[in-house]
Design a protein around this ligand. Structure first.
Ligand SMILES: Nc1nc2c(ncn2[C@@H]2O[C@H](COP(=O)(O)OP(=O)(O)OP(=O)(O)O)[C@@H](O)[C@H]2O)c(=O)[nH]1
Ligand SMILES: [Mg+2]
Length: 203
């Protein structure tokens, strides 16, 4: 599979309390979480091979709600599931209180979302993991949640820079086995990620 066909917008929610069991279909969710402007919405579009399914922008803070997208089953390959676009954290123009509120929404989502099967933690390939990423990563590892570390905007790097980063990442085996460098723009490794998501959904 190269991408997920026929994906449709399902619903937006302000927080996890609005996403109650019984009110949404009991099917797995795969959520994309990461810093503002890291490429979450672009990744949804690349995974679904659509241009404007999830709204993207060069201005950070575009996605402000928890957006659910419905992925219909592909009978022989995978069951139906939701792809979830979360608001980004760490957006400098927000006040401290607003950023704390965003972290609260995201943390509550990760801890309490019904049927949450997998988390895709996305970050710009050129950035180092910071306390926010370690906190999400450690939470998922401690709570036995399936997590992948998606390194975005891989197209922006020269081959020598890619080689250097891959060498660095290999020094952290637990992270490296979960790491997938991708480009939503140039469709690099989107098929690899599709495969990993299907494996998780079918488990
Ligand atoms: N070169 C390149 N640019 C990308 C890629 N993915 C995203 N971008 C750009 O990065 C910017 C932010 O992308 P979004 O997908 O809106 O990021 P987001 O994480 O959803 O941002 P928020 O909703 O604000 O949290 C846009 O200008 C995208 O075009 C990529 O793979 N390569
Ligand atoms: Mg977004």
């Amino acid at each position: 599979m190269q991408f997920f066909p026929n994906v449709k917008f399902y619903k937006s929610f302000l927080n996890v309390n609005q996403i109650q069991e019984g009110k949404i279909p009991p099917i797995p969710a795969v959520a994309i979480v990461g810093r503002s402007n890291s490429g979450k919405s672009s990744l949804i579009n690349a995974l679904c091979n659509q241009k404007k399914l999830a709204l993207t922008s060069a201005t950070p803070g575009k996605t402000r709600t928890i957006n659910y997208f419905y992925v219909p089953s592909n009978k022989s390959h995978y069951k139906e599931f939701f792809l979830v676009d979360l608001p980004g954290y760490g957006f400098a123009q927000l006040s401290k209180a607003e950023n704390e509120q965003l972290h609260y929404v995201i943390d509550q989502y990760i801890a309490n979302a019904p049927f949450l099967k997998m988390i895709l933690l996305i970050m710009d390939s050129r950035r180092k993991l910071e306390k926010e990423e370690y906190s999400i990563l450690n939470y998922c590892l401690d709570h036995d949640k399936d997590i992948l570390l998606i390194r975005s905007k891989w197209d922006k790097l020269k081959q020598t820079e890619r080689d250097q980063l891959l060498k660095e990442w290999k020094n952290e085996p637990i992270l490296f086995e979960r790491t997938i460098p991708v480009s939503s723009l140039k469709k690099i490794h989107i098929d690899v990620l599709v495969k990993r998501i299907i494996e998780s959904i079918n488990q």
